[in-house]
Write a protein that binds this ligand. Structure first.
Ligand SMILES: Nc1ncnc2c1ncn2[C@@H]1O[C@H](COP(=O)(O)OP(=O)(O)OP(=O)(O)O)[C@@H](O)[C@H]1O
Length: 223
């Protein structure tokens, strides 16, 4: 379980996150929505241990962030907004390179299977020749090499076609339901959020997202 308690984040005098508390259970796919600049990426980078909160406590599977950072990092898969793979290398070369950086060992076949599970079959193709959707899938596959229990994705489907969006959404749901992963992801695509998320957190002052999602029968809470 992910447990966030009274989290604050200030940049100088600006309060970005204020008294943010929530819990996410294993097996849940949770959306994080809000207008540009509301603080979604900030929250994800704090949960990914990249940014320090100003105040507050976070626990993942009963391990406190403030006490066991190395253990926490092994349990997290983070997919940033920017695609961060080697474009001149093939999918295979990227997977094998990042496998070496992962704390968990995988055979080449296991790496390939991870890609196939995401319907990314272009194993021998250079990344620069892949479609945007394929690149996004590779980015996600790399984040899974650690076998993380918490997967944080910052707009994983931005700018890609509906078919790839659907494949990625379905795959995230499968990861949560079959493997008990905790998934938190940001998106500006409300259709996608409505289709794939068990529930949603809306961040920021605007109630636009809350009203829209509630009118579509989605369980949504304000952070
Ligand atoms: N390192 C930083 N220093 C100062 N201000 C920052 C820093 N990082 C982010 N901010 C500010 O914090 C606010 C929240 O930014 P954040 O990127 O978390 O928003 P977001 O909800 O993810 O937006 P978007 O939907 O555009 O990705 C913004 O006003 C941003 O300018």
């Amino acid at each position: 379980m992910l447990n966030v308690v009274e989290l604050d984040k200030n940049y100088g005098k600006r309060k970005i996150l204020e008294q943010v508390s929530f819990q996410i259970q294993r097996g849940e796919v949770v959306g994080l929505v809000g207008e540009n600049g509301a603080g979604k990426s900030t929250l994800l980078t704090i949960l990914a241990t990249i940014t320090k909160p100003t105040k507050g406590a976070i626990e993942l599977n009963n391990v406190e962030y403030s006490k066991k950072l190395d253990d926490i990092r092994k349990m997290i898969g983070y997919v940033p907004q920017e695609i961060s793979v080697w474009e001149e290398f093939t999918v295979e070369q990227n997977m094998l390179f990042f496998e070496k950086l992962s704390w968990k060992r995988h055979t080449k076949e296991e790496c390939r299977q991870l890609c196939l599970d995401m319907q990314l079959s272009s194993w021998k193709e250079k990344v620069k020749d892949l479609s945007g959707g394929m690149m996004r899938k590779l980015n996600i596959a790399i984040s899974l090499l650690n076998d993380p229990s918490l997967i944080l994705l910052d707009e994983p489907t931005v700018g890609i076609d509906m078919k790839s969006k659907n494949e990625i959404g379905k795959y995230l749901v499968r990861l949560a339901k079959e493997q008990g992963k905790i998934i938190l992801y940001t998106s500006h695509d409300m259709n996608e959020v409505i289709t794939f998320c068990d529930r949603v957190y809306a961040i920021g002052q605007d109630s636009f997202y809350i009203n829209l999602l509630q009118s579509n029968g989605v369980k949504v809470e304000k952070l």
